[in-house]
Design a protein around this ligand. Structure first.
Ligand code: DX5
Ligand code: ZN
Length: 224
């Protein structure tokens, strides 16, 4: 299972140092929570921060994964790819022309993902599934780090895994996002998730970044 720290909960006064601590601990996938204050009730950061992180990520051969929690994401696809994002995930709820948006992400040279809020059924993926490289299952309502895991997310991940198997689309990553911690990460891996986003569990106040990452790896039964 790939660990993808969300920098939303990192100390923005020391963002570079905190991200480098995660990279030094073996992280090679950085999850960037872009929020516009309209699709979600919070505003986080945009392309300037992505551009600032790009050289650091490149030094460790790490990928930048933009989770666009914004309305009309098609307006910013080129900007985020130019800023250095290898992965761009848009919310199905925010995309009127999702097929065109996914095709545009791929045409720009990035790998497209679609995100589903907790109340959005898997059926919404029916037509777009063969076009994407990743499905993001939100296990909290988007907008903030440090929220409690929504237990229904487990069954949703398991049902999506079944669908991918049945449709011979098992190359598609299942990314889980929200409330991932040592108690939930193993359950999510067993349900079929392949990428785990963790914010507060890694950058929260009470422990060092490397040991927090080690705790998640230990919960997966992997070496620290
Ligand atoms: C929430 C974001 C998540 C969040 C995860 O809208 O999409 O990536 O930052 O943070 P934790 O792991 O703290 O729930
Ligand atoms: Zn996210």
């Amino acid at each position: 299972m790939i660990l993808a720290p969300s920098i939303l909960t990192a100390d923005f006064l020391r963002l570079g140092a905190e991200v480098e601590a995660a990279l030094t601990a073996g992280i090679r996938w950085l999850h960037l929570d872009v929020m516009d204050g309209r699709f979600v009730p919070n505003i986080s950061f945009g392309p300037p921060v992505v551009r600032a992180l790009r050289p650091l990520a490149a030094r460790y051969d790490a990928i930048l994964d933009a989770h666009l929690m914004i309305v009309e994401p098609e307006r910013y696809l080129e900007t985020f790819v130019a800023a250095g994002c290898e992965r761009i995930t848009v919310h199905i709820e925010a995309s009127t022309h999702l097929h065109r948006t996914v095709q545009t992400i791929r045409a720009l040279g990035a790998r497209p993902g679609v995100a589903l809020n907790p109340a959005t059924p898997l059926g919404a993926l029916e037509e777009i599934l063969p076009e994407v490289d990743l499905v993001l299952i939100m296990t909290v309502n988007p907008g903030f780090g440090g929220q409690s895991f929504i237990p229904g997310g487990l069954d949703k991940v398991a049902r999506l895994r079944q669908i991918l198997r049945a449709r011979r689309l098992e190359h598609i990553d299942i990314q889980v996002d929200g409330g991932v911690n040592p108690e939930t990460i193993g359950l999510l891996r067993d349900a079929g998730a392949t990428v785990a986003v963790a914010g507060a569990a890694i950058f929260g106040p009470d422990r060092g970044i490397a040991s927090a990452i080690g705790a998640l790896r230990a919960a997966l039964g992997e070496q620290g």
